[in-house]
Design a protein around this ligand. Structure first.
Ligand SMILES: C[S@@+](CC[C@H](N)C(=O)[O-])C[C@H]1O[C@@H](n2cnc3c(N)ncnc32)[C@H](O)[C@@H]1O
Length: 411
């Protein structure tokens, strides 16, 4: 057995490409839009924006630690994800304005914009959107109602978010038939019930002598108050541990009527990547960005890495890659890294969330194989049937989302 420890050296990469790399996930700031996003100007069919709400809170990401955590649900580690703490309202609105302007630039002529906020800033945001898009381009204000959270005794409990919807031009794309609801589930009312000669059940109402029938097997379409999509429950399998994660079902309802398969959607504050995951499921192309390295790491873990370009600032994290060769196999043993959030008794393998093998060309890591922990595959694959010489570069993401690339020395 020949030790190959020390055959890899740390190197900076500013881009990672998985598979064909058509979709984009980027760590970046809306205030200084990266070129990868700016070059999508005029090409995006839908932009969904779920920015900070000005809550003043610090949000976290909770995730399992190591093989045991992924298998049994504990131990968990909690990591800071982002701070929703603008200096003051002016600073917040300045940022929001920049975000809305950037979103409008990205949209194609038939494009649609959604801005997701709550009671704190939605009224002010509507005025800003009116200024940027034009009042005539306002399409609607969607109320997303939910039951989760505590109840107030001082006023009616605040139990909804507001999603503002604007079109870039009057010729926007919209097909409500793509989001049918079951009629029975959709509405209970005081109409008469009946069955026609073919055995089809219906509700009916007579107005000015005319009977209107609404068949149970015909779909109805959503209005602008949605109470049938709940917040993610504590144990929802969709949960990533990112505190402000939205449900995929909500994004599907927003995206479906305003897109057709193959269209490009963008989310400039993508957080845990809900929009991108929904887009991937619906056969849409996507571009997601977030300021937070944690967010990018969570989003990446959710997406199928076979068609993705990831752009992160040069991987600045320290950490020694531990590898060795055994019986013609390449063994990835983990990374030695210091992070106060990691349990002191953890192993170098526990510290790894995912790793990739590939090559490095012009500062770009091009992935060939991807190994990712998940609830389905809690144990990290550490052994590869490969000559050590075949592995030219390794990219490791640790449990805190820290990313580092290593190049084989001598390459
Ligand atoms: C409410 S969360 C988005 C949650 C997301 N929709 C989800 O389902 O997970 C807001 C996100 O905006 C990001 N953000 C805040 N300021 C930003 C900025 N200037 N540029 C890009 N992203 C920013 C935060 O890091 C955070 O992940």
């Amino acid at each position: 057995m020949e030790a190959v420890n020390g055959m890899f050296e740390r190197t900076d990469v500013n881009r990672e490409v998985f598979g064909a790399g058509e979709n984009l996930l980027i760590q970046g700031d809306v205030r200084s839009l990266p070129k990868e996003i700016s070059r999508l100007a005029g090409k995006v069919q839908c932009v969904y924006l779920d920015p900070p709400f000005m809550t003043g809170e610090k949000f976290t990401r909770t995730r399992p630690w190591g093989d045991r955590g992924w298998k049994k649900g504990t131990p968990l580690i909690r990591l800071p994800a982002y701070e929703d703490s603008a200096e003051d309202e002016r600073a917040y609105l300045r940022l929001l304005r920049q975000m809305i302007r950037a979103s409008k630039k990205l949209l194609c002529s038939r494009g649609v914009f959604y801005l997701h906020l709550d009671w704190r800033m939605s009224a002010r945001a509507r005025v800003i959107c009116d200024q940027i898009f034009g009042r005539d381009q306002f399409l609607n204000e969607i109320i997303w109602g939910y039951e989760s959270g505590g109840r107030s005794k001082k006023t009616f409990s605040r139990k909804h978010d507001t999603i503002l919807m604007y079109a870039k031009t009057p010729d926007y794309k919209f097909d409500i038939t793509r989001v049918p609801l079951e009629r029975r589930a959709a509405r209970k009312n005081h109409m008469a019930r009946g069955m026609d000669e073919d055995g089809r059940m219906y509700s009916s109402i007579v107005t000015r002598g005319k009977e209107y029938r609404y068949y149970d097997d015909e779909p109805v379409y959503p209005g602008d108050v949605w109470t049938d999509i709940s917040h993610l429950q504590q144990r929802d399998p969709e949960r990533t541990g990112f505190t402000t994660q939205k449900p995929v079902k909500l994004l599907e309802r927003l995206l479906l009527p305003v897109t057709a398969p193959g269209d490009l959607v963008a989310d400039l504050c993508c957080g845990s990547g809900t929009t991108l995951a929904a887009a991937q499921q619906l056969g849409l192309r996507f571009a997601g960005m977030d300021l937070s390295a944690q967010a990018v790491s969570v989003a990446l873990a959710r997406l199928k890495a076979d068609n993705l370009t990831v752009v992160c600032p040069g991987a600045p994290e320290a950490g020694r890659l531990l590898t060795r060769e055994a019986d013609g196999r390449f063994l990835m043993e983990g990374i030695e890294t210091a992070n106060s959030a990691f349990p002191a008794n953890g192993t170098p393998a526990d510290a790894v969330e995912s790793w990739d093998t590939g090559r490095i060309e012009n500062g770009c890591f091009i992935a060939e194989r991807h190994y990712q922990r998940s609830s389905r595959y809690p144990e990290l694959v550490t052994s590869l049937q490969a000559e050590p010489g075949e592995i030219r570069a390794v990219l490791v993401t640790d449990a805190a989302g820290g990313r580092r690339a290593y190049r084989r020395t001598g390459d």
